[in-house]
Design a protein around this ligand. Structure first.
Ligand code: MG
Length: 397
């Protein structure tokens, strides 16, 4: 059996670029789908696939997944960047899809079978006032969802009392002090109003100076969060030791990670509780499965990144991992629009607190290429990443 063609498809049914890899084989009708979505650099990922990985892989045996992963990861000698890793993920996932279809089994069966029937999910809530956030939480609770991420005023929300200097450059301004203050007020309010049963989560999005993140975590500790996410930037990983020593708030980390060295110390020193990597960003399910097994040894649970800039193929792959690993924690879930479900028939389905797969071989999801073509990629400079402090200083988003 040989790989005969590799197609890269960019589609934006929900106004976010999704990058899908389709690997065709010499077996009539046998193909696989993978997610290579790096929404903000989709053309660069496509160029890696079309110009480098496609010529490298055409004619090779699609059944040799591990060998292909290892060869592709080093095929340009320099390695581990997000463009290469996402391209590699598209290949890797498509090969697992083919493997499952060949076996006539869902992919989780190839990894040891189910540890659970559905993946527990958390949903996002947000608003400009605590009352608004409470309303959204209650709406989800009525549907049976008991894990809610709560944000006030978006990432870094909270109105600043400080005016910017004259001539300040345009950008997405936020005030870390106002953000931290309003976030503590939000969780005090929510815990009082909603009682002890609902599980609350929060994403700092690395928007605080390290010591201010430590203080925020201590202030949030009494409200018993399920986890606090990205309290620190990846570059400030050493601060996790300080944070860990100061409070018993469960910590989630990793959506920006590309490389095993970024997570190794945090896991083996038990400095975090949930690994949050973006599966396509680390190179696909082959490295994600190894990471999950590594985490299992140290009592760290998985909480794969699951935002809108993961394709339904990538979400399906996340759910296969969620069902197969014993140390699954929770899955971030945003649901799919009718447009997305039409482009990707076979999407996983949420019922109450859980998401379920359809039991079909491979990932169990398809791509309707005619529908996908109705939503061409949108190639603009992203505005949301142009973040600044009140005095105009550029900071990470
Ligand atoms: Mg996040």
């Amino acid at each position: 059996m040989k790989i005969t063609n590799i197609k890269t498809i960019i589609t934006a049914p929900a106004k976010l670029n999704l990058v899908i890899v389709k690997i065709e084989t010499s077996e009539p009708g046998l193909y696989g789908l993978g997610c290579a979505t790096f929404a903000w650099r989709s053309l660069a990922v496509q160029a890696v696939l079309d110009n480098y990985l496609k010529p490298f892989l055409t004619g090779k045996d699609p059944q040799r997944i591990e060998d292909i992963w290892q060869q592709c990861a080093a095929s340009g000698y320099w390695r581990n960047g997000p463009e290469l890793n996402n391209a590699l993920s598209g290949i890797d996932m498509a090969l697992w899809d083919i493997k499952g279809k060949l076996a006539g089994l869902p992919v989780y069966q190839l990894w040891g079978g189910k540890c659970r029937e559905g993946a527990l999910v958390y949903r996002h809530t947000g608003g400009s006032t605590p009352e608004e956030v409470e309303g959204q939480v209650r709406k989800y609770m009525e549907q049976g969802v008991m894990h809610l991420r709560c944000q006030i005023g978006g990432y870094g929300g909270g109105k600043s009392p400080l005016a910017s200097p004259e001539g300040a450059l345009p950008g997405q301004y936020f005030d870390p002090a106002a953000y931290a203050r309003t976030t503590v007020e939000l969780f005090a309010y929510l815990r009082k109003k909603l009682g002890p049963e609902v599980e609350l989560l929060h994403d700092v999005h690395e928007r605080l100076a390290p010591i201010d993140a430590v203080r925020l975590a201590k202030q949030l500790e009494p409200y018993r969060l399920f986890f606090l996410e990205d309290a620190l930037a990846p570059e400030q990983g050493e601060w996790f030791r300080t944070l860990r020593g100061q409070c018993a708030l469960p910590l989630a980390m990793g959506e920006l990670f590309n490389h095993p060295l970024e997570w190794e110390t945090l896991i083996k020193e038990r400095l975090i509780d949930f690994i949050r990597v973006h599966v396509s960003q680390i190179g696909g399910v082959t490295p994600a499965l190894k990471l999950a097994r590594f985490c299992e040894q140290f009592g760290v649970r998985t909480a794969w990144h699951g935002p809108g800039d993961v394709s339904p193929v990538g979400h399906a792959a996340n759910i296969h991992l969620d069902l197969a690993v014993p140390n699954f924690g929770i899955q971030e879930w945003g649901g799919f629009s009718p447009e997305l479900e039409k482009v990707f028939p076979g999407c996983p389905k949420q019922k109450g607190a859980y998401v379920y797969l359809n039991g079909r071989p491979g990932w169990g999801i398809e791509l309707n290429e005619q529908e996908a073509a109705k939503y061409p990629g949108i190639h603009e400079v992203p505005a949301w990443t142009q973040t600044r402090l009140p005095d105009g200083t550029s900071v990470r988003p």
